[in-house]
Design a protein around this ligand. Sequence first.
Ligand code: 8YV
Length: 325
Amino acid sequence: MKKHVVLYKKLSAPLMARLHEAAQVTLIENLGPTGLAQLRDALPSAHGLLGASLRLDANLLDLAPQLEAVASVSVGVDNYDIDYLTQRGILLSNTPDVLTETTADTGFALILATARRVVELANMVRAGNWNQNIGPLHFGSDVHGKTLGIIGMGRIGEALAQRGHFGFGMPVIYHSHSPKPAVDQRFDAQYRSLPDLLQQADFVCLTLPLTAETQGLIGAKEFALMGPETIFINISRGKVVDEAALVEALQQRTIRAAGLDVFEREPLNHDSPLLRLSNVVATPHIGSATHETREAMAKCAVDNLLAALAGERPKNLVNTSAWKR
Ligand code: 8YV
């Protein structure tokens, strides 16, 4: 008897074919009211779930008494109640590694676009307002040689450090749970306390996961430690930042500018004050969003899910204490 897999994210034809061969598959086409009702209807018979960008809490998963595994098409796992999953023995997997380089590319795209005002000035050209040689009013800030400050030195933080050190000759400073000698050696990097990093970095980049510890980590006090030339980059999670404090810091020019790929609420409200600020580059959570990487992530998630349903330990098991064999 094939096990029942419920997908709440569309997959490519090859991956769908692979899943149909191995399991009974229900695809939830969207996560609107209709899709969520379909998901609730499918959960009682579900053995496996695969998708992303949906909060899977106890209220929802109590509807799935036969659930054995959840495969997230993401590296971030803040959408999951990990203690609940572990307590029920449900294996949660994610997709690290395959998205590291692409997400770091996004981080550097925001560093360059924000520092050099690419979006603002490209829109000026598009609007037909390039009528004379540009001058100081249009100048941006240099990136090469400036100090790159990374908060959260995991896979993506290291990939960002690699780009800054080897690509742009940037001194790298970082803050994480503890110093990382291998990082220091590889990138000639230096560990800093959070306050010291905020005061010393020209670019402050968030690359850490959203947890109870990191939620609201960057607020008014932290922005006040940065300088009027500091550029703030967030490719982690919006809720790591007090967004109202960020708006105030940008409006008051406490910091120079911000490049943001994530927000407290996504999609970002159309009336968000962030969208009225010329010193903000806002992108719609495109961190890992390339054809190649999203297909690699989906394949990784399918591998993880089918392994778990076959009684094998998934390669990217998040809640390792849930593994009983
Ligand atoms: C996307 C991400 O949100 O991997 C993550 O944690 O934030 C991004 O890659 C995710 O991949 C949605 O599919």
